[in-house]
Design a protein around this ligand. Structure first.
Ligand code: PLP
Length: 377
């Protein structure tokens, strides 16, 4: 198998599975229980929270567990708008956000919010100047992802944070860092965003766990759910202790090797790009600065067919984001590419264990696909 779709989800490492199993079998107490096995579970959750917060460059008490990146994004946006309800109903976001942000912004548009959606340039980047131009007195929220999941481009979140500060804007800044966490180094403190959303399954931890980091400008955050006192009563529900243990273990493993993994993926991506530049009928779409994501097009060959054909050969890649399930991707649309280039848009995404053999198998299969299929007219 040649798995080149790590931005969709990442394989779980042995050590992570072991940490999950330990928690399930030996640490199954309820962290809210007063007796020893409960107190011990609560202590372990506190230490897992500290591990993840440290890797984010933040404070444990500001990190809240959720069930996934989507939930973190949704909560962040809703609570920012609630906190800034007297500031206004204007939102600034980008045309290339993940649907976890985009779909909610569309929903908010239908309920009285005005949404300015900034378009990327041809390389898939939005500038801080565009945000500066769109910013108004009544802007309550700016939502800009840190790394785009389809293009691998890094957005200027730190610059936008500095801009909001300089303008003394009341607008809160949310960033979806799902594709950035443990892929590129960043710290929530230096980034300056008020709300940072991350997800565990993208870094080799179990699905069903994510986190939201809240910076110091978040005052009395609005609860996402109502119930018991877990997550300070803001996101109640018995803690998913085993998933949290797996999340912390994956973070621990990834952060120990982050620099090495980045260099390795960067050079693998460089190799793939060089080969693709030489290949007939292949166009690189954005040279996105992240080491793990490479978007390209097999021009004129519908991407869904390529994905299916390659999967039959044991090569797993993606037609844009896995969340689109066959529909044209709004991210690719936002690049305003010629029709045949857009139709053939594909994404490969690497993980720490990806190899040159995976890339060679991919290149070979792409060549075969071109030889054996008819392009669209
Ligand atoms: N944001 C980005 C940029 C993503 O790539 C994804 C997953 O594809 C999400 C949010 C959603 O994360 P989750 O699958 O944990 O809900």
């Amino acid at each position: 198998m040649h798995y080149l779709d790590h931005a969709a989800t990442a394989p779980v490492r042995e050590e992570v599975a072991e940490a999950v199993k330990q928690e399930l079998m030996n640490g199954w107490g309820n962290p809210s229980s007063q007796y020893a096995i409960g107190r011990e579970a609560a202590e372990r959750v506190a230490s897992y929270r500290a591990t993840i917060a440290k890797a984010l460059g933040g404070k444990a008490e500001r990190l809240y567990f959720t069930s996934c990146g989507t939930e973190s994004d949704n909560w962040a946006i809703r609570l920012a708008l609630h906190q800034n309800r007297r500031v206004g109903k204007h939102i600034i976001t980008t045309a290339i956000e993940h649907s976890a942000v985009r779909a909610l912004c569309k929903e908010l548009q239908g309920s009285g919010y005005e949404v300015t959606m900034l378009a990327p340039d041809k390389d898939g980047v939005i500038t801080a100047e565009q945000v500066a131009e769109a910013l108004r007195e009544d802007t309550a929220l700016v939502s800009m992802m840190l790394v785009n999941n389809e293009l691998g481009t890094i957005q200027p979140v730190e610059e936008v944070a500095a801009l909001l500060k300089e303008r003394r804007s009341a607008a809160l800044l949310h960033t979806d860092a799902v594709q950035a966490f443990m892929e590129i180094p960043f710290s929530v403190e230096e980034l300056g965003a008020d709300l940072v959303a991350v997800s565990a399954h993208k870094i080799g931890a179990p699905k069903g766990i994510g986190a939201l980091y809240m910076g110091s400008r978040i005052k009395n955050p609005q609860a996402l759910l109502y119930g018991g006192g877990q997550e300070k009563g803001l996101r109640p529900g018995t803690e998913a202790t085993a998933q949290i243990a797996g999340f912390a273990k994956a973070v621990e493993l990834r952060s120990a090797d982050l620099q090495r993994d980045m260099l390795q993926m960067h050079s693998l991506k460089g190799y793939a790009m060089e080969q693709m530049e030489e290949m007939e009928g292949v166009e690189l779409l954005a040279t996105g600065a992240t080491p793990h994501i490479l978007p390209f097009s097999l021009v004129g060959y519908p991407s869904q067919n390529v994905v299916t054909d390659l999967s039959e050969k044991g090569i797993y890649i993606s037609a844009g984001s896995a969340c689109h399930q066959g529909k044209a991707s709004h991210v690719i649309e936002a690049l305003r590419l010629p029709k045949k280039v857009a139709a053939g848009a594909l994404r490969v995404s690497f993980g720490p264990d990806s190899s040159k053999a995976d890339v060679d198998a991919l290149l070979e299969a792409l060549k075969e696909h071109r030889k054996s299929r008819f392009p669209m007219l």
